[in-house]
Design a protein around this ligand. Structure first.
Ligand SMILES: C[S@@+](CC[C@H](N)C(=O)[O-])C[C@H]1O[C@@H](n2cnc3c(N)ncnc32)[C@H](O)[C@@H]1O
Length: 283
């Protein structure tokens, strides 16, 4: 696992900036938004400076689920059997259920659209948070190399462990897997498969995730995905609901990616306010 500095061959300033990007922040965001952004920026910089890390953090396994609806139990049993996934013997209730939910999205989306799963390649997940779903990506893509990238690596949790510690715990025992702390918009990392689960395409969630708005640049983010994707590679994205998916699709197209299809989850394993919308892209 490494907190590498992004290896850039082209500077961010070379990337195309949209007219919104060029507007001063004072015109784009309200005063309250700018104050919150400044505050989050201070904490982010402080956490980067301190780089707090104790040791890999491992959750206490829930063992088995209680309080699930019969249809959820049936679906989880099917996923467990198909992918040899026993998340509940590794993680607490929330993380275990969330992993089944992501595996369920992958499994149903690929099956519903009858696509061959691109196994055995280099897989990068962009905006992976603490990479709590690294095992799910392993089970599904069986990657030769799996890299999770997030711009925030050292957020401190109430447990006294940092995001870095949590990521180290989640990737323990996963071969050829790393957690990289970097701004993906500036990272040179070729991949056969790039995945993005709920990337930011509007500013409000950036603040809700306690990050500064200076990090919000979807144009550069999606352009970098297009640049890092191998010629025959696949970009797989999941968004919250159709409205967000449409916005994200617009950024993809502007970055030069070509749509290969979309699929809306009819019954997510974990209920959400908006259904997960999966989409596939190529360069
Ligand atoms: C909505 S969260 C989704 C987290 C994760 N994919 C999940 O499904 O739980 C978006 C994540 O993207 C990360 N992020 C935002 N901009 C980024 C950038 N330029 N480079 C890398 N990570 C970024 C944020 O730190 C945050 O963890």
């Amino acid at each position: 696992m490494g907190t590498t500095s992004p290896a850039t061959s082209r500077s961010a300033s070379e990337l195309t900036a949209s007219s919104a990007d060029l507007q001063p922040a004072s015109l784009r965001y309200s005063l309250v938004q700018r104050c919150r952004s400044l505050y989050h920026g201070l904490w982010l910089r402080l956490s980067e400076r301190v780089r707090w890390s104790r040791r890999p953090y491992h959750e206490t396994p829930v063992g088995h689920f209680s309080d699930l609806a019969p249809w959820q139990t049936t679906r989880i049993e099917a996923l467990r059997a198909r992918y040899d996934a026993g998340f509940e013997s590794r993680y607490g209730h929330h993380t275990a259920l969330a992993n089944y939910a992501y595996l369920d999205v992958l499994d149903q989306a690929w099956n519903a659209t009858a696509r061959p799963i691109p196994e055995g390649g280099r897989v990068t997940d962009v905006g992976c948070a603490n990479f709590w779903y690294a095992l799910t990506l392993h089970k599904f893509f069986r990657p030769a190399i799996l890299t999770g990238v997030d711009v925030e690596g050292f957020r401190l949790y109430p447990t006294g462990y940092s995001r870095y510690d949590a990521a180290a715990g989640y990737i323990t025992d996963l071969p050829q897997t790393s957690f990289v702390v970097a701004d993906y918009s500036m990272l040179e990392e070729q991949a056969d498969v790039i995945t993005a689960w709920f990337p930011f395409v509007t500013p409000a969630p950036v603040l809700a995730w306690r990050l500064p708005l200076t990090l919000f640049s979807p144009e550069r983010f999606f352009l970098r995905i297009a640049r890092n994707l191998a010629g025959s590679g696949t970009f797989f994205m999941v968004n919250q609901g159709l409205e967000e998916a449409d916005l994200a699709a617009d950024y993809c197209r502007r970055a030069g990616l070509r749509s290969q299809g979309q699929w809306v989850h009819p019954q997510p394993l974990r209920p959400r306010p908006h259904p997960p919308v999966a989409s596939w892209w190529r360069i």
